[in-house]
Design a protein around this ligand. Structure first.
Ligand code: GDP
Length: 446
């Protein structure tokens, strides 16, 4: 990768007024531009108190200037940070001055992109910066911080290395066509592939949790009319968002609410009741309910605790294919004896707020599962990563099948594909258009 020739500039601090605002420069002219603005040379990694001046020598503001000569900088290039008062007018003037001196405005994510291109970060780490900045609470921030530290990338790379070593072994065996793979340590190859495959499964589960920490969990409330779906949404969300009536079929459309459970965002969708028949609008509601279910992480299947079998068949059909289902027996206040909860069943009263704590706890465990390391190594991940891991796992399994049938060329090819899929996560093997897409979702100055 050739170094970037142009020098980029952006306001790195948040939009709007603040105590301090930061303008950041990166590229070969960063030093010359800052020398002109500050009217002095900057010693590396020293805080200089200076006056920032415009083209006529007029003072724009005073502040701190910091120089980080490459390669020991965030982007790997020469970087300068100008810290002025956080006035949008002042920061715009500094930006204009830097551009007049030869810099150009950075595109969104361009600083991180340069850090990636200069091998300061891999792609998953660069994405973790965006996730850290967007983190909605301490737990999500901690997870993003771990990804930024390379916790996720190291595990991806570790498995990638194993697959690569196996491929080398298999390709070597192809060259000894007279020998069977078994005489070339085939048993060991199979065992190592099985081990890599298993590590992939654990990583997929952990990455899926990381994705949920970042994106939240999609939970769809389903159940027969009048079971208490709207009441449950209101109880969980703590407002009267959904209309509650005792006329069956009131919730004809889908209602959404996001709640927070100990760092986890739960995107709740209340659907039209799943039942046979109904009018045209209600049938449309049911069609939407099914569409929501198709992309749900969790289904909250709500039934009337007094008659839990009513409408169960329609629910069962609707939730087919949803990985996790929690059965909520509502209106428990109307039961004489309330049975104890089980792993996939809780007794609550949405209308009277009974059992909501138990429901919260159960939801959290069901949605997140338990981490392979008890949660200490929780890292943030994206849907893109999970999808690539699944593809890698598919190819690794196919490689094992081919090995079993002594199809060494095909096994080597599957190992290559598995390795490539892992490489997409860290960006070691990424198409330029994918990189452009990822960095363009970042904000400017990052
Ligand atoms: P939906 O059609 O499934 O959305 O059900 P609603 O939330 O509209 O509730 C239907 C009826 O059941 C309303 O009259 C609610 O007041 C009542 N209801 C909901 N939850 C409870 C509960 O926990 N206990 C009792 N006793 N009634 C409830």
């Amino acid at each position: 990768m050739t170094p970037a020739q142009d020098t980029i500039v952006a306001i790195a601090s948040a939009a709007g007024a603040g105590g301090v605002g930061v303008v950041r420069l990166s590229g070969p002219m960063a030093g010359a531009i800052s020398n002109a603005i500050c009217a002095r040379a900057l010693a590396p990694r020293h805080a200089h108190y200076v006056r920032f001046r415009d083209g006529d020598g007029e003072v724009i503001d005073d502040g701190i200037a910091l120089s980080f000569p490459g390669p020991a900088s965030f982007t790997g290039e020469d970087v300068v940070e100008l810290q002025a008062h956080g006035s949008p007018v002042v920061l715009q003037q500094l930006l204009a001055r830097a551009c007049a001196l030869g810099a150009r405005m950075a595109r969104p994510g361009e600083f991180s992109e340069r850090a990636f291109l200069n091998h300061k970060l891999d792609l998953a780490q660069a994405e973790a910066i965006a996730d850290l900045i967007a983190a909605a609470d301490a737990r999500a921030a901690r997870a993003a911080r771990r990804s930024l530290d390379g916790v996720f990338s190291e595990r991806v790379d570790g498995i990638g290395q194993s697959l690569l070593a196996l491929r080398v072994h298999v390709e070597a065996a192809i060259d000894f066509a007279d020998e069977s793979i078994d005489t070339l340590g085939g048993e060991q190859v199979r065992a190592r592939l099985a081990d890599a495959r298993q590590r992939l499964d654990v990583l997929i589960a952990d990455a899926e949790r990381g994705r949920k920490l970042r994106d939240g969990v999609h939970a769809v409330i389903v159940g027969p009319p009048n079971a208490g779906k709207s009441s449950l949404l209101n109880a969980l969300a703590g407002s009267d968002r959904a209309i509650v009536t005792d006329v069956a079929g009131t919730t004809r459309d889908t209602l959404r609410e996001t709640i927070r459970l100990d760092g986890l965002e739960l995107h709740l969708v209340d659907t039209a009741g799943l039942r046979e028949g109904g009018d045209a609008i209600e049938r449309e509601g049911m069609r939407r309910a099914r569409a929501e279910l198709a992309r749900a992480d969790v289904a909250l299947a709500i039934v009337d605790a007094r008659d839990p079998d009513a409408g169960r068949a329609a629910i069962q059909e609707g939730i087919e294919g949803v990985g996790t289902v929690l059965w909520i027996h509502n209106k428990a206040d109307l039961l004489v004896d309330v049975p104890p909860d089980t792993d996939d069943r809780v007794y609550v009263s949405a209308a009277h707020g009974i059992g909501l704590d138990r429901l919260h706890a159960r939801l959290r465990t069901l949605a997140m599962g338990s981490a392979s390391d008890g949660g200490d190594g929780e890292f943030s991940a994206r849907a893109r990563h999970v999808e690539a891991l699944h593809r890698a796992a598919g190819h690794a399994s196919a490689a094992a099948d081919q090995l079993h049938h002594e199809q060494l060329e095909l096994a080597a090819e599957e190992l290559r594909l598995a390795h490539d899929a892992l490489g997409e996560i860290t960006g070691r093997l990424s198409a330029d258009d994918m990189l452009g897409h990822i960095f363009s979702t970042f904000c400017i100055g990052k």
